[in-house]
Design a protein around this ligand. Structure first.
Ligand code: Z16
Length: 808
């Protein structure tokens, strides 16, 4: 019997579907099935349930002749999917009961799934949250990216230092995808441009195949499903039989290996550019395949290219897919014979560009010789785009400058809308990197503050808080997160506060047990859990957090009888393998941890934990258990941050600077529920103009001086006392990210945290108000705003907020 409203099976029926998959898809009987087999069977059974809404969504989009959104992103940091799919189908109880009836531990099977780690950090995770929200809102959309054979590297610590090993998620079959061998495009590189009269034709030197793999992405209540289409690189010719017959066995497979290199591995650089030819090839590879796919779909619906802006919205997630502009223009001009300027205008009508950073090292520029070698025709088109821009605007801004192709300028000029990812960041985009272009095209830049999906980042990762909220304000909030405001009055209710505190305590015990069993570290779940989990970068200032930890250690030892608030400092995060300073910071965190954790004088009062290989699943475990969220970047550097939103949503107040979305979080939760410190973005700019600002800051701070001396004198690296001299020298002499300047204010803010935490009732009230007031940071709101302000795309379900039942 089908459950009418949600097309659900009973637990009994679902168990049968699972069992069928175990035998027919995995080829195992229950007696011989491994946890992997059970996980595959469960995943495939869930995937079956997505097919119906998926087909229905495609049909509805086609019949409505609706505009489609294409989200082009080099990264999709998806994580695990079982719980996501099960809860969105509202089948979590059925799935768990079915597995139980089959003698399996549902939670254990869920945790057996490896993270799909096709991203570095915030940008990739944002893309995954956006896919969830697009499906939840019922907006017809495709995510386009790369099916990397190896996702983000796995991090190990050896003697406190980061070691990277290859991630291997595809050694097991990926349960959620459908291979589409019939969807394949030839992608060219290099070669020459043939001219005849007015027309040009690109003759590539080499071609490879882009082959599609589709993962359905189902939204809340199973009312709509979109597609995440990832491209894998394959050879045109799999195997050269002639070489083989000549006895050249390696050469026979060489072409294949070469072609597959393009989608072999995710570049592990977060906010810094590799600048490598292979990276440019990856970017062109997935962008060109996506654009071809978009045009093929347009053709198949009998549309003409003039209709493009009305039918198609293409969003560029950073400049990585910026070649979409020139590629679309190339196809329109060289293959469909449009006039150059007309083609540029049509392309611009489709394109939007999201900027995610102002850091100069992250703004992509390709040396012209590399660009020309890989994409000779595109270089000509970039020149055409530049001259059309110069002519139309009288702007002095060029795309080609100092021998480079500047992808930010190209993206800006080719997009009808350009957005930053928080209010402050968008202001800075207008005032700094694109100051002149903003004058040339005054209405082009807008803000779209980032958001997070409440399904993964509250409903699923924090089941006890979910239940408490459901019991208090009902169940409408997962698809309408601002309903959490209804919790505000309960912040005055002693019973509710107790229950809220109990949820946090339980989540902390869960983490303490995990640290014990997986990392052999004992922590006291009654201590304050203070977490900074994110990529390691100088601008994020993990070093400042660590210096504060050392200073606190000193303070406790100086005054052992004072009323210290016990703390566990949790660090998590990876460094780009080539980022030497970030790796030294990791080493130092581990060295300091070893000394402090072994010191009997601070036992029970201060502990540092740094579990290796931080990833999405670890975030889902740690965030619900955190009391204090560290968001301490140098103002003006964190474009938005999204971890900041996840912590606040799960009842962890922030200690933070006025940077990125922290500003808007503080406005919403209230200044009294946010621990603010540090220079503002404007003050940072001024301070950097002063001479010897770091020496001056160190000179007036006893605490900081002492901590720095301890580190540079080898207190934490007794076997290698000079280990951190370079790191500390850099703080003394340069300190570009103003760690020294913000240190004292940060230390003072931490002591305000201590006093606030000592009053558990008022702390819990603060935590509740954080949860209650950050509903606006749902990625559903973000996506609704993109749809309205940039895409002109519409929901095809009768209001995701009040689902009206059946799929149309
Ligand atoms: C990235 O994760 C971000 C920016 C960037 O240029 C490249 C990568 Cl891989 C991050 C920002 O640092 C972060 O502030 C922001 O919240 C996130 O992108 C999503 O917008």
């Amino acid at each position: 019997m089908l459950n009418e409203r949600r097309n659900l099976l009973t637990a009994e029926q679902f168990a049968e579907v699972i069992l069928n998959h175990l035998t027919s898809s995995q080829g195992k009987d229950p007696e011989h099935a491994s946890i992997y087999d059970w996980r595959m069977a469960l995943s495939l059974a869930l995937r079956d349930q997505v097919i119906r809404p998926w087909f229905a969504s495609t049909r509805t989009t086609y019949e409505a002749e609706a505009k489609r959104v294409y989200y082009l992103s080099m990264e999709f940091l998806v994580g695990r999917l079982i719980e996501d799919v099960a809860t969105n189908l509202r089948a979590e109880d059925v799935a768990a009961a079915a597995m139980r009836s089959l003698g399996q531990d549902y939670g254990q099977v869920v945790r057996d799934e490896p993270d799909a780690a096709l991203g570095n950090g915030g940008l990739g995770r944002l893309a995954a949250c956006f896919m969830d929200s697009l499906a939840t809102l019922g907006i017809p959309a495709y995510g386009y990216g790369i099916r990397y054979e190896h996702g983000l590297f796995e991090q190990h610590f050896k003697d406190g230092q980061q070691i990277e090993t290859a991630e291997n998620w595809l050694t097991q079959r990926y349960a959620w995808e459908f291979e589409r061998p019939e969807v394949r495009y030839e992608i060219g590189f290099g070669g020459t441009v043939e001219k005849s009269g007015q027309t040009s034709k690109w003759i590539p030197a080499e071609t490879i195949i882009a082959s599609a793999y589709d993962t359905p992405v189902v939204g809340w209540n199973g009312l709509w499903a979109n597609t995440l289409r990832l491209w894998a690189a394959k050879p045109v010719k799999v195997f050269d039989l002639d070489s083989f017959n000549r006895g050249e066995y390696l050469a026979a497979s060489e072409l294949e290996a070469l072609a597959r290199t393009i989608s072999r591995v995710l570049y592990p650089d977060d906010t810094s550019e590799a600048g490598k030819e292979l990276r440019l090839k990856q970017e062109y590879f997935f962008t060109a395949a996506s654009i071809k796919d978009i045009l093929r779909r347009l053709d198949s619906e009998g549309r003409v290219v003039r209709d493009l802006p009305q039918r198609v919205a293409i969003q560029l997630n950073d400049t990585h897919p910026a070649i979409a502009g020139p590629e679309l223009v190339r196809l329109l001009v060289d293959e469909r014979k449009l006039e150059m300027e007309n083609a540029i205008d049509i392309a611009r009508g489709c394109l939007g560009y999201t900027n995610h950073t102002l850091l100069p090292e992250a703004l992509e520029r390709w040396p012209e010789p590399i660009f020309k070698r890989v994409l000779p025709r595109h270089l000509e088109i970039v020149r055409e785009i530049e001259s059309a821009h110069l002519k139309a605007s009288g702007s002095p801004v060029r795309i080609l400058e100092d021998g480079d192709v500047k992808m930010g300028e190209l993206s800006f000029i080719m997009a009808h809308k350009v957005n930053g990812v928080s209010a402050l960041h968008s202001d800075l985009v207008r005032e700094t990197v694109f100051e002149q272009l903003n004058r040339d095209y005054p209405d082009r830049i807008l803000n779209q503050t980032n958001g997070i999906t409440p399904r993964r980042w509250l409903h699923n990762c924090n089941p006890d808080l979910r239940i408490l909220i459901n019991d208090t304000i009902g169940t409408g909030w997962p698809a309408d997160l601002e309903q959490l405001e209804k919790l505000v009055p309960h912040a005055q209710d002693a019973g509710f506060l107790e229950a809220f505190k109990a949820v946090k305590a339980k989540n902390k015990v869960r983490v303490a047990n995990w640290l014990k069993s997986h990392h052999y570290i004992a922590v006291d779940p009654d201590a304050m859990f203070d977490a900074q989990i994110k990529r390691i970068h100088e601008y994020k200032r993990q070093l400042m957090n660590l210096l504060e930890t050392v200073a606190l250690w000193n303070e406790i030892r100086d005054n052992p009888n004072a009323d210290w608030v016990p703390r566990v400092k949790i660090f998590g995060g990876k460094a780009a393998p080539g980022y030497v300073v970030a790796k030294q910071i990791i080493h130092l965190i581990n060295d300091v941890a070893a000394v402090i954790n072994a010191d009997p004088q601070v036992k029970g009062l201060l502990k540092i934990v740094y579990p290796e290989n931080y990833n999405v699943s670890m975030a889902e475990l740690l965030i619900p258990a955190t009391n204090l969220s560290e968001q301490i970047s140098t103002a003006g550097n964190e474009a938005s941050g999204t971890g900041n939103m996840k912590f606040a949503l799960n009842g962890a107040p922030t200690i933070g600077t006025l940077d990125g979305a922290n500003v808007e979080i503080r406005e919403r939760v209230g200044a009294e529920n946010f621990f603010l410190f540090g220079l503002t973005a404007a003050e940072v700019v001024e301070r950097r103009k002063q001479q010897n600002y770091s020496a001056a800051a160190i000179a007036v701070s006893q605490r900081l001086s002492r901590a720095l001396e301890q580190i540079e004198n080898g207190v934490f690296s007794p076997g290698d006392p000079d280990r951190y001299q370079g790191l500390v020298q850099d703080l003394r002499q340069k300190d570009y990210f103003l760690v020294t300047c913000d240190f004292d204010d940060y230390f003072a803010a931490q002591r305000r945290v201590d006093s606030a935490y000592a009053d558990q009732d008022s702390w819990t009230r603060m935590a509740v108000l954080n949860t209650a007031r950050v509903g606006w940071f749902s990625s559903d709101r973000t996506i609704a705003d993109y749809a309205k302000d940039i895409w002109n795309a519409h929901s095809l379900i009768g209001g995701a907020r009040q689902p009206k039942g059946e799929v149309p």
